[in-house]
Design a protein around this ligand. Structure first.
Ligand SMILES: Nc1ncnc2c1ncn2[C@@H]1O[C@H](COP(=O)(O)OP(=O)(O)OP(=O)(O)O)[C@@H](O)[C@H]1O
Length: 278
């Protein structure tokens, strides 16, 4: 697959091409980790172009560099070659324009739910009434109004992730970067979180980049899916997901959903088989 150009399964409509604006661009990214004398090529010649308000998932086998790529978009790590551009500016570090949600729960244990959500707003020194208004709005969206005064240790994993999402969204980042945020949840809670995440996106329309190795999750959530090959990870295809804007869980049993899932599984299988044969 080395050096293969990324393919798009559909050409954008002329209108889309005209009005869409690039929010995030990764241009020919390589990432090599060096530890002592050893070096690991994590990703190779990866390019992506994400438009404003897109919900994008990135899928690929374990170790293909998904988290590495997301960390570089966040400015928490840097490419060995290539550029990352967010809002037409080269990324040189983390910034308030990008919110992150990780797989591990990252709430501040000494703050209650409401204060966790207000954290970034306090730093921004927003007036108290405005902080409360925003916290109330997101508590409602995540359905945890009754837990506003609870602490992290009193919450389930799913509840903690809902608060982490609310905390990230409350800051009104232009881009939400999510690294397998539902990876540690049981299947039922995971489905409920997927539903909630899609609902939040339909309402708020943040630009979302969501990493997962769960193909079902990617097809359910995203409008565009970038598929990566095994390490060193390369982008092999961008798949546009033409499913309804508003989604319900029974969509997962529909022929359209199953067809897209199969297409992505086939791509991953082919990419990995080709790597094995090289
Ligand atoms: N700080 C680091 N130092 C050295 N090697 C690293 C470092 N971080 C990641 N790697 C290596 O880079 C490769 C890509 O890792 P990364 O965590 O980005 O993959 P991933 O696709 O997110 O994996 P998973 O799906 O299992 O979480 C792996 O081989 C990993 O061992």
């Amino acid at each position: 697959m080395a050096g293969k150009k990324i393919e798009n399964n559909t050409a954008g409509s002329p209108l889309e091409a005209h009005v869409a604006s690039s929010k995030i661009r990764a241009e020919h990214i390589d990432k090599v980790y060096k530890t002592g004398k050893k070096s690991v090529a994590a990703i190779e010649d990866v390019s992506i172009d994400i438009q404003d308000n897109d919900f994008v998932c990135i899928v690929g086998p374990s170790g293909c560099g998904k988290s590495t790529l997301l960390r570089m978009l966040a400015g928490l790590d840097f490419p060995s070659a290539g550029n990352i551009i967010v809002n037409d500016r080269k990324v040189t570090g983390p910034g308030p324009d990008r919110g992150m949600v990780f797989q591990t729960y990252t709430l501040f244990p000494w703050m209650n739910v409401e204060d966790n959500i207000k954290f970034g707003l306090k730093i921004k020194k927003l007036p108290k009434a405005e902080q409360q208004e925003i916290a109330d709005r997101y508590l409602k969206i995540i359905g945890l109004e009754k837990f506003a005064q609870s602490y992290s240790k009193e919450l389930s994993g799913g509840m903690k992730q809902r608060v982490a999402i609310a905390r990230a969204l409350a800051n009104q980042p232009e881009v939400l970067l999510m690294d397998e945020p539902f990876g540690a949840l049981d299947p039922h809670t995971k489905s409920m979180m997927q539903l909630l995440m899609r609902e939040i996106w339909v309402k708020e329309h943040p630009t979302v980049v969501f990493i997962t190795h769960d193909i079902d999750e990617a097809v359910f959530l995203a409008d565009k899916i970038y598929v990566m090959s095994a390490r060193p990870g390369k982008m092999i295809k961008r798949v546009n997901v033409y499913l309804p804007h508003k989604r319900t869980l029974d969509l997962k049993d529909s022929p359209e959903f199953i067809k897209i899932r199969k297409g992505i599984n086939d791509l991953l299988y082919m990419a990995n088989t080709e790597e094995d044969m090289e």
